[in-house]
Structure formats: structure tokens, C-alpha cells
Write a protein that binds this ligand. Structure first.
Ligand code: SF4
Length: 458
């Protein structure tokens, strides 16, 4: 079974009337939840400067490096998988690239390019993209080649001597948004970086669009047709920060609606036995808030979140994830003892973490734990840049090894089995239909592949 451990990452770019390196630093810090293994900044001053690190933004860059990186425009990257931005010298000039997503046909393209005599440093997706762009007459023609050559998901920022190009694949898998104030024009994987830097949100980069960012602001330099949108549904349920606005929908609103949908089902099934509703922090918070609003059951925290621990999901190895999960949450015993708890979380991947949480709550005296999961069961790995697990690691695939598209009866059977596996008194997921309806976005505009196995690129 192939492990499809794609990268999970964020990009940022800014053109400013003053030195921008601290803005890039801050922007990346606000995107840190999108990947914590590597970070990097590239700027254009008298020439192109770049520094990358293994580590998080706040712990990595020294004052000397930030001084070295002075410039008025630049880009940055946070990642789970590799160091970016990457710099290149070519006939299109000196450029630096940072990318978020996953190129499914990268191996085939690398082989083709090797056969033509090209060398690769490590065979990263970003190298393939850079080679395609660098072979063109100019950057815009290079970017114009990407939709023909690449199969997959990409958002890309390209730093040049003239400014920054920001582009998004024609399906718009990963988010990319523009913001500005009186003296800065910026692009970011998520709006929170812009909002928290006191910039106004301008708009999303459209699927298939390339925007030039320079002293004149934002100009669309290319717009490819978008045969269909395929915004990653998982962004709203888990990946994006709850204070972000993604493709016109606030993440908090989406999570509240997903929690309300779970509460509605419990109400309809007359299954509202919980004394309190509680989140698994942090990603369960919006869902639990929605469940509370939809059920009128009191909201009560039962875990204390250790803000100094990383998100376990984006740790790159299983032992690291388990160690981090243990450090991440501690029980609030006063809130738990004698209570029946509706425990809300975004998704179940392997099942080990939610099982440990149920165990911890019962050990602390919970009368019952009813697990409520905002996402439908994860049945398939992601091909488009989110670090979900391989098929044989997904808990739901242990029950349905063939990867069924689940009927409601299948879902009920899986829920009962999952409850027994993790020691919960009950488990309920949103179905794909209730998930889509809670987002309020037509399913033709979403990628739902990790739930239903249907690739938007098929
Ligand atoms: S497969 Fe899932 S995680 Fe990947 S882009 Fe599609 S919805 Fe998002």
C-alpha cells in the first residue's frame, strides 16, 4: 500500500513601501499551524536573499538573519516536509519559489526531464514546478505551462526583481487570499495572517488566476478557465485556523454548522442524553460550540490545552505524534466527574488519539462519553497536499477494507464498531450529505475525495 504523506504547508508574500522582513516573519508565524517542521523567507533587496530553517518561525530566525533579509518585497513558507522558498538563476532572471499542494504526476515529470538531461536536487515538487517555469521565455509564460503539465494541487508564490507572482491551480484546492493597507500588498494561504497584521481583506485569488503584486497593487496577469472548483473541504473542518475566512466562508461558521448538524441528528434520533458538550481542543472547539447552540446542552471545557505543544497531526512520525498528543491535553477533573459528555472533534484518522481521550475522561469519572465527529469517516488518503494517512492506517478502513462509498446503513454499522473500538458509549459522524449541506457550498465546488474516494481531477 502506498503511503501518501503529502505536505501540509502555508505560503505568504508581501510588497511594501518599507522593509518587509518582519511582516513576512509575522505572516508566517500566523500560518504556523499549517506546518511546523520547516520555515523560510526570501526577499528582494539589492538582490535575492534567502534563509530557511528546520524549526518553527519564532524559534528559528536570528536578528542577524532578519537584518540580512532586508528588502521591500519577499515571500515565506512554513512546511511539514521540506525547506522552501527555493532560489533559482535562469534566463527569466533570479527567482525564488514557495508552494503549497501536491503534484500527483511529479515522478513521471521528473523522469521525463531527467531523460532530457535535467538534474534534480532532491526531486521535490517545487523543483519540477521551477524547471517548467524556468524553461519559458518569461515568468508568465512559464506559469501558463503549469495547468497543461501538472496534475494536482498547487498554490504558488514566485519572488522576482519586479514583484511577486501568486497563482492558484484551476480547481482552487488550497486557499490563497489577498490583503492590503495603505502601504502594503500581501498574499497569504489564510486570511488570519492579513487580519492580524491590520490589513484589509481584498479577495481570494481565483482558481486558475495569476496575480502580480508590486508597487501598483494587484494585477491579474493570467486567468485560466476553471473547469470546476475543488476547494478542500477539510480546510473548514480542520486545517485552517478558526479565525480565517476561506473562499468566502468563515471557518468558525462552518465548524459551528457542522456541530449543529450533529446536534440536529441527535435531536431527531432523541439521543440527547449528555449533561455537557465539550471539545477536543483546539480543532473541536468550533464543532462543540455549534453542537451546544443546536442542542442547548451546556458547553464545558474538559481538557486544558497546552499551548506550548505542537499539533499532533502535523508531526511527521507516529511516535512523535503520540508523544505530542500526550503533552497536548490534560484533564479538568472537576468538569468531568459524574458527567455524561458529548465530546466533539473534527475527524478520526487512526483512532488512537480519540480512544486515549475517551479513556482519560472515563478514568477521571465521566459517566458516559458520546463522541461526535464533524467530518464523515476518512476512507481515502489525500492526493492534494494534506497530511492524512495511508489507507491501511485509516481507522474506517479497518472496518471497510475495500473503501466503500458509505450508505447510511454502512455509516451506522461503522459508528457502532468505532464506539466499541475506542471505548465510547456512542459515536456519530456527519454523513457526506450532512457535511456538505452544513458548509453550504455545492458539492461540485468541493474536494471530498478523502471521504468518498472521488478525485475532482478524474
Ligand atoms: S482529499 Fe480531502 S484533505 Fe485532500 S484536498 Fe480533498 S478534501 Fe482536502
Amino acid at each position: 500500500m502506498t503511503t501518501l504523506l503529502g505536505e501540509n504547508c502555508g505560503v505568504f508574500g508581501i510588497y511594501s513601501r518599507r522593509n518587509c522582513v518582519h511582516d513576512i516573519y509575522n505572516g508566517l508565524d500566523f500560518l504556523q499551524h499549517r506546518g511546523q517542521e520547516y520555515c523560510g523567507i526570501a526577499t528582494f533587496g539589492d538582490r535575492l536573499h534567502q534563509v530557511t530553517h528546520h524549526g518553527k518561525v519564532a524559534n528559528s530566525f536570528t536578528a542577524q538573519e532578519l537584518d540580512y533579509l532586508q528588502g521591500r518585497w519577499g515571500i515565506g513558507h512554513v512546511s511539514l516536509k521540506e525547506r522552501q522558498p527555493m532560489n533559482w538563476q535562469a534566463r527569466v532572471g533570479e527567482i525564488s519559489l514557495a508552494f503549497s499542494g501536491n503534484i500527483i504526476n511529479a515522478d513521471a515529470l521528473i523522469q521525463e526531464m531527467k531523460n532530457q538531461g535535467h538534474a534534480f536536487y532532491r526531486g521535490y515538487n517545487i523543483e519540477v514546478i521551477a524547471r517548467i517555469i524556468m524553461e519559458a521565455e518569461n515568468i508568465v509564460s512559464g506559469i501558463s505551462m503549469l495547468p497543461q503539465k501538472l496534475k494536482g494541487a498547487y498554490t504558488l508564490v514566485i519572488l522576482t526583481g519586479e514583484g511577486i507572482y501568486a497563482t492558484r491551480d484551476s480547481c482552487g484546492f488550497r486557499p490563497l487570499i489577498l490583503g492590503q493597507d495603505g502601504e502594503r500588498y500581501a498574499v497569504s494561504s489564510e486570511s488570519r495572517a492579513l487580519q492580524n497584521m491590520d490589513m484589509d481583506i481584498v479577495r481570494d485569488v481565483k482558481p486558475g488566476e495569476t496575480v502580480m503584486i508590486n508597487r501598483d497593487g494587484f494585477q491579474t496577469v493570467k486567468q485560466f478557465p476553471s473547469p470546476r472548483k475543488a476547494h478542500c473541504a477539510f480546510e473548514w473542518a480542520y486545517t485552517a485556523s478558526i479565525d480565517s475566512l476561506v473562499d468566502g466562508l468563515y471557518v468558525q461558521e462552518a465548524r459551528n454548522n457542522l456541530g449543529r448538524a450533529l446536534a440536529r441528528r441527535d435531536r431527531e434520533e432523541k439521543d440527547m442524553a449528555a449533561d455537557i458538550v465539550a471539545p477536543v481542543p483546539m480543532s473541536g472547539i468550533g464543532h462543540a460550540g455549534g453542537y451546544h447552540l443546536g442542542s442547548a446542552i451546556p458547553y464545558q471545557e474538559v481538557f486544558l490545552y497546552n499551548r506550548y505543544a505542537d499539533r499532533s497531526y502535523t508531526q511527521s512520525s507516529q511516535p512523535a505524534r503520540e508523544k505530542m498528543a500526550k503533552r497536548k491535553l490534560s484533564i479538568l477533573p472537576y468538569a468531568v466527574a459524574g458527567k455524561s459528555i458529548a465530546l466533539c472533534d473534527d475527524s478520526i484518522v487512526r483512532g488512537t488519539q480519540i480512544m486515549n481521550k475517551v479513556w482519560d475522561l472515563k478514568k477521571a469519572g465521566a459517566k458516559a462519553v458520546h463522541v461526535r465527529i464533524a467530518c464523515p469517516p476518512l476512507m481515502y488518503p489525500c492526493d492534494f497536499g494534506i497530511s492524512t494517512r495511508s489507507e491501511d492506517e485509516l481507522m474506517a478502513r479497518r472496518f471497510y477494507p475495500a473503501g466503500n462509498i458509505l450508505s447510511l446503513e454502512d455509516l451506522r454499522a461503522l459508528e457502532s464498531w468505532t464506539a466499541a473500538q475506542i471505548g465510547a458509549d456512542s459515536v456519530k459522524y456527519n454523513s457526506v450529505d450532512s457535511f456538505v449541506s452544513a458548509l453550504g457550498i455545492p458539492d461540485r465546488d468541493l474536494c471530498l475525495k478523502c471521504f468518498n474516494g472521488v478525485s475532482p481531477l478524474a
